[in-house]
Ligand binder design. Structure first.
Ligand code: NAP
Length: 488
């Protein structure tokens, strides 16, 4: 099969409809919206566009399935997830190609994301049977304290376009393990990966109504009535801080449980005693994973004055040697940005930094031709008032500033309303612990440029979010604690 034929086959195999109560169905408004390949701008598939009525039908299905699903044996819930993990890994190449086509990231990264996404199913397959409670004697000896953990109930899940599979499985895995039913709205730019995963979960025996997937081009009109309805008891959102804030306001009315995985603005600190090779390697990962379109992407590099020149030039060399192209071509390392708006925003941020005195070592411009490609860019002498120091760049741009003093760099790193992740490179153990403690972030990469790990608690503080996904605590987000006061 030619690569073009294979791309068609993989794209056309996706049921591009709404998945409600175990059935694939068109939009009740008979409408569709187009999903594009960002490396060409061409339409890949038309996907059913859920109306508010479809959204309500999905919530009805989730509510109707909840009581029975909560009683399902935890082992059986776990085994569905385990089968889904295995099936995702068997289909890794096709799922990766699908993701690359709709999102643009290089195939090797999409394969990595499919493995990462599947790992949430394996992890929560194991957690499903570990939900426990407690029994204790009251301090005065006159009664007993019994606690039990129960599913929160029907949950609304909203996911972004940048990790089209993993941001969904990181929510579906714990919700299934805890016994919650779901309505999931994937990003309208990249709904195909999630539709393929919903199909796969049904094949693995997930009962009808447990997971309902409703792609839509009008997210607010679809989701607000579901939030305000009152029957959904939980909203788990991954996306921008701006939309997260709006959703929190909507959730307040029904006092809904919320998990918010929001934007970041990660500082990357390289101290004078750092292993420079390791710091460069980490910088490439922290900056270039997902073409810089990651909430965890290094957004501000602070490099000690003793190292800044060598670091900047070696980073520029590595950035300029990356191969740019269609993510589906083997060997490509940098795919396109998600759309023209994203590419123009990156250009605006670079122009603003340059206007304020930054110098471009490499890149600094888009790539001509179809698709939304932007050249990997290194900027030096970036002033602290440049807009990109306070804005998520979401593109392949590394702005570098030098520092000399630990306390000053810590203050600069923390001078942000965001607090998702920070990176620190130092070989001094005392400094490492001191700086890790002082950083205002939910996660720190210490001498490493990647923090994502299904076995670890992922999440931010300040405007980066509420709650944690993954790790031993990930299932907690979908559980309530009930206390029974037992008379003796
Ligand atoms: P976004 O614009 O906030 O969209 C996220 C999701 O919310 C999409 O499904 C979107 O639908 C939906 N949405 C938009 N407006 C809505 C509304 N009024 N009501 C309900 N849903 C609404 O974010 P994005 O551009 O897709 O993703 C990038 C952002 O996500 C970045 O800020 C990034 O840092 C953050 N992110 C955070 C994490 C984390 O774990 N902390 C992980 C990944 C990404 P449409 O697609 O139809 O617009």
């Amino acid at each position: 099969m030619s690569s073009g034929d294979r791309q068609h086959a993989v794209t056309n195999a996706v049921p591009a409809e709404l998945f409600i109560n175990g059935r694939w169905q068109p939009s009740s408004g008979a409408k569709t919206f187009d999903v594009e390949d960002p490396s060409t701008g061409e339409v890949l598939r038309a996907v059913a566009d859920a109306t508010p009525q479809d959204g309500m039908a999905a919530l009805d299905a989730a509510v109707a399935a909840q009581a029975r699903w909560a009683r399902y044996p935890p082992r059986e819930r776990g085994e569905i997830l385990r089968r889904a993990y295995e099936m995702m890994m068997r289909r890794q190449d096709d799922l990766a190609l699908l993701m690359t086509l709709e999102m643009g990231k290089p195939l090797t990264e999409s394969r990595g994301e499919i493995a990462y996404a599947a790992e949430f199913f394996r992890w929560f397959a194991e957690e499903a049977v570990r939900v426990d409670g407690s029994f204790a004697t009251a301090p005065n000896g006159a009664g007993r304290v019994l606690t039990m953990r129960q599913p929160v109930g029907p949950s609304l899940l909203i996911t972004p376009w940048n990790f089209p599979a993993a941001m969904g499985t990181r929510k579906i895995g714990p919700a299934v393990a805890a016994g919650c039913t779901m309505v999931l709205k994937p990003a309208s730019l990249t709904p195909l990966s999630m539709l393929a995963i919903a199909d796969l979960l049904a094949e693995c025996g997930l009962p009808d109504g447990v997971l309902n997937v409703v792609p839509s081009s009008r997210p607010g009109q679809l989701m607000e009535p579901l939030i305000r309805d009152g029957r959904a008891r939980k909203l788990s959102f991954t996306g921008s801080t701006e939309v997260g804030r709006l959703l929190l306001e909507q959730c307040a009315e029904q006092i809904m449980r919320t998990s918010m995985e929001l934007g970041g603005n990660a500082p990357f600190l390289v101290f004078a005693d750092a292993d420079l090779d390791a710091a460069l390697q980490g910088a490439m990962v922290a900056k270039m994973r997902n073409i810089g379109e990651a909430c965890t992407a290094a957004n501000r590099f602070y490099v000690h004055a003793d190292l800044v020149e060598e670091f900047s030039h070696r980073l520029a060399e590595r950035m300029s040697s990356l191969r740019i192209g269609r993510g589906s071509d083997e060997g490509v390392q940098v795919g396109p940005l998600i759309d023209a708006k994203a590419r123009d925003k990156v250009q605006h941020l670079v122009d603003d930094a340059v206007a304020r005195g930054a110098q471009v070592l490499v890149g600094g411009e888009p790539v001509d031709g179809p698709g939304y490609f932007y050249r990997p860019t290194v900027l030096v002498n970036v002033p602290s008032d440049a807009e990109l120091t306070s804005t998520e760049i979401f593109g392949p741009v590394a702005p570098i500033t030098s520092f000399t003093d630990e306390q000053q760099v810590l203050a600069a790193a923390n001078d942000s309303p965001f607090g998702l992740v920070s990176y620190v490179y130092t070989r001094d153990l005392n400094r490492a612990l001191r700086v890790c403690e002082g950083l205002e972030a939910g996660m720190v990469g210490l001498n490493q440029g990647l923090v994502s790990n299904p076995a670890a608690p992922f999440g931010g503080i300040k405007h980066s979010g509420l709650g944690r996904e993954g790790g031993a605590g990930g299932i907690e987000e979908f559980l309530e604690t009930k206390y029974v006061a037992v008379a003796t």
